[in-house]
Design a protein around this ligand. Structure first.
Ligand code: URA
Ligand code: SF4
Length: 216
């Protein structure tokens, strides 16, 4: 294990997060994060993107295969669906800041061609990556946060978060000492996996419409 790597009982990005950095400096510092083991097999850190002064911040789970290759969040199939849902809800995706709870792709290999299959991050990995999300939140200062699925919800609101109980509602919670407004919804990948995709998609759009109204 490299000297800069956290011991197993203390996975955290904390020592890699520079104090007083702007978003650009934060993104560059995140390229070298060794706060948990996920950096080892992934291609690169996938940091948040979007306008620094965005009114809306979207938080997903972790980069997928395409995001890992391209270095940008939500550029694969889930991202395409998310962009369509945002547009249908009346939001311009270019106006939002988009990021993930976990910044490295976690996967297993399966099948004859050893395809990389997404594997959900553990709570511990999400907690380790939390300092990056906290720093993004402090710098972007959004008026509203859209939580995409359980991993993002647990990362921001704690392990008792249940997306089915609170989706499509406006929550007001204190996060890292700041009052935040949040609208949780399902993860766009869950829509892609749903038996009734049309219905699941309409549910996602309806939740995003709640966010649009809350933004005013
Ligand atoms: N799923 C996510 O949660 N984030 C991405 O960036 C892509 C897929
Ligand atoms: Fe650091 Fe997060 Fe990557 Fe772990 S997943 S190495 S904490 S950036």
């Amino acid at each position: 294990m490299a000297a800069t790597e956290s011991p197993e009982d203390a996975y955290t990005a904390e020592p890699f997060v520079p104090a007083g950095a702007d978003l650009g400096a934060l993104r560059r510092a995140a390229e070298g994060c060794r706060g948990c083991p996920l950096h080892r097999d992934a291609t690169q850190t996938v940091f948040g993107t979007g306008r620094p002064g965005a009114r809306l911040m979207l938080v997903g789970e972790q980069p997928g295969d395409q995001e890992d290759r391209q270095g940008r969040p939500f550029v694969g199939p889930a991202g395409k669906l998310l962009d369509r849902a945002l547009a249908d809800a009346g939001l311009d995706p270019a106006d939002a800041y988009v990021t993930n709870a976990v910044k490295h792709f976690k996967f297993t290999r399966a099948g004859p061609r050893k395809r990389r299959i997404h594997k959900a991050p553990t709570l511990r990995e999400a907690a380790a990556c939390g300092p990056w999300l906290a720093a993004e939140l402090a710098l972007v200062g959004p008026e509203l946060i859209v939580i995409l699925g359980a991993t993002a919800g647990k990362a921001l609101l704690g392990s008792s978060f249940r997306v089915t109980q609170v989706r499509g509602t406006v929550l007001e919670e204190e996060i890292h000492g700041r009052p935040e407004r949040l609208v949780p919804t399902v993860h766009p990948s869950a829509v892609l996996r749903a038996d009734d995709r049309e219905q699941a998609y309409r549910g996602l759009v309806a939740d995003l419409e709640v966010a649009v109204r809350a933004l005013g």
